[in-house]
Design a binder for this molecule. Structure first.
Ligand code: BGP
Length: 477
């Protein structure tokens, strides 16, 4: 039997995207970003050679897009404010009044339509000139970031509901220094650790600048978090999971929320001489300026086991020295993106935040399903009939609902994404939106999931078979 799952009053229903993935270049003037640079240098690294020049052309279509937000049930939406647009002179110097005018008009239209503005600052889009100075490996780039953050607080402080310093700060470290999927494509753990540390410092310094302004909004960070599950209860598997968790979950979560670094990680990095350079007053700043709100991006769980093979010690130091991914037999996959679908992970994540991070006010800031060739599912009118996405959303949200019933302070759910947008090196391969995009004409069409989302937001919930909630108090094991 189905039960109607009602969410708390004023629950944030919406979605998210970022400047580099949706805006297109526009005519305000914009500094070159690392993505534009990498695309110029290496277009073959981008799916079907599609780069970030036009993307979803939101810059020219934002009025129509705000109307579509409304039509798909948004009461809140996360954008990012492009550093390169705000500071077209290489990311520093004088703020760009044309950029301010663009974002102010977008935000006032959103607010007038009853859509709260969730503004994130950095979403992978480093101005190239600053990358040339070392990106977040360089202390002076932390100062440039704080200059940019402060300019945003001053220009939009009266329009933004909640602020975020970074989206998935782990992403550029993994991609840029360990796994070769972001510029600068290095394989160098110690340099990555320095960039990670200065990212954490930049977060704290921005929060400090925010607090000096006494705005009504809150500020926090958006982290990609996956619960880490060991293959078995064997001590070696448990240790592998613990180390993996320290590298990928606690590394940013602890300092950005609690103001401290996980000892498991710092001890291990010191043993292998991989610690970044750190000053005591920087640690103090991090301790004193922590997140007031937390965004949780959840896509898939992390499953690990003890390593089967010996390490090549001549190779570069990497987290994988201590564990291996466990390819769990029977797992369900999103075959297009290659990510496991495991809804209960979102519940375990919320419980972790409740129990180990002071139950900080949080929301699901990204969750979603990228599917290739969605034209296959179009009906005669051109609407994508994406029942798989509707099921994906419901199955995850039912677990979120359960977590809330068990006391988690989760205030909203934002899907990735609103209109199909550009996915970094995957370009437009996998589509995530509630609204489909015709790349040739830029025509937007609401998908079946977009209609569903509106209905769910209007009713503040949906009917669901709750016996499916395995592993929770309600569903049993
Ligand atoms: C998150 C990012 C987004 C978005 C999403 C989907 O990690 O914050 O920018 O891209 O993942 O992933 P992908 O685009 O790689 O398919």
């Amino acid at each position: 039997m189905k039960t109607f799952l009602t969410f708390p009053k004023d629950f944030w229903w919406g979605s998210a995207w970022s400047a580099e993935q949706a805006e297109g270049k526009g005519d305000t003037g914009k500094a070159k970003t690392i993505w534009e640079h990498w695309y110029e240098q290496d277009p073959n690294r981008f799916y079907q050679g599609v780069g970030p020049e036009v993307t979803t052309d939101h810059f020219n279509r934002y009025q129509e897009d705000v109307a579509l937000m409304k039509e798909t049930g948004h009461n809140s939406f996360r954008v990012s404010i492009s550093w390169a647009r705000m500071f077209p002179d290489g990311g520093t110097g004088e703020v760009n009044q044309k950029a301010i005018a663009f974002y102010r008009d977008l935000f006032s239209r959103m607010n007038e339509s009853g859509i709260k503005v969730f503004a994130n600052l950095y979403h992978f889009d480093m101005p190239f000139a600053l990358q040339e100075k070392g990106g977040f490996e360089a202390r002076e780039v932390v100062d440039a970031y704080v200059h940019y953050a402060s300019a945003c607080f001053d220009a939009f402080g009266d329009q933004v509901y909640h602020w975020f310093t970074f989206n998935e700060p782990l992403g550029p470290i993994l991609g840029g220094y360990l796994e070769d999927f972001h510029y600068p494509n290095l394989i160098d753990f110690k340099r990555g650790a320095q960039a990670a540390f200065y990212t954490i410092l930049a977060h704290a310094e921005a929060i400090k600048a925010f607090k000096e302004r006494d705005l009504d909004s809150k500020i926090g960070v958006i982290l990609n978090l996956s619960p880490t599950y060991p293959r078995s209860q064997h001590p070696a598997d448990l240790e592998a999971a613990e180390i993996c968790d320290a590298f990928y979950t606690r590394s940013f979560l602890d300092p950005m929320v609690k103001g401290t670094f996980p000892e498991r990680l710092t001890t291990l990095l010191s043993e292998y001489d991989q610690l970044p350079q750190v000053e005591p007053e920087e640690l103090q700043t991090i301790k004193e300026n922590t997140s007031q709100i937390l965004g949780l991006n959840y896509y898939e769980p992390r499953r690990v086991k003890a390593r089967l093979t010996a390490i090549n010690e001549k190779g570069p130091f990497l987290p994988d020295w201590f564990f291996e991914a466990h390819d769990m037999p029977g797992k369900r996959m999103n075959i297009y993106r290659g990510w496991e679908i495991y809804e209960r992970g979102i519940y375990d994540l919320c419980i972790d935040i409740r129990d180990n991070y002071g139950n900080i006010e949080a929301f699901i800031s990204e969750n979603g399903m990228g599917v290739a060739d969605e034209e296959r599912f179009m009906d005669e009118s051109g609407q994508v009939i994406d029942d798989y996405r509707i099921d994906f959303i419901k199955d995850h949200l039912a677990y979120v609902h359960q977590a809330i019933e068990e006391g988690c302070a989760v205030r909203g759910y934002h899907l990735w994404t609103f209109i199909d947008c550009w996915s970094w090196i995957n370009s437009y391969k996998n589509r995530y939106g509630l609204v489909s995009l015709d790349l040739k004409t830029q025509k937007r069409t609401i998908k079946k999931s977009g209609k569903f989302f509106k209905e769910m937001a209007d009713q503040n919930g949906f009917a669901y078979e709750v016996t499916k909630l395995a592993g929770t108090k309600k569903g049993g094991n």
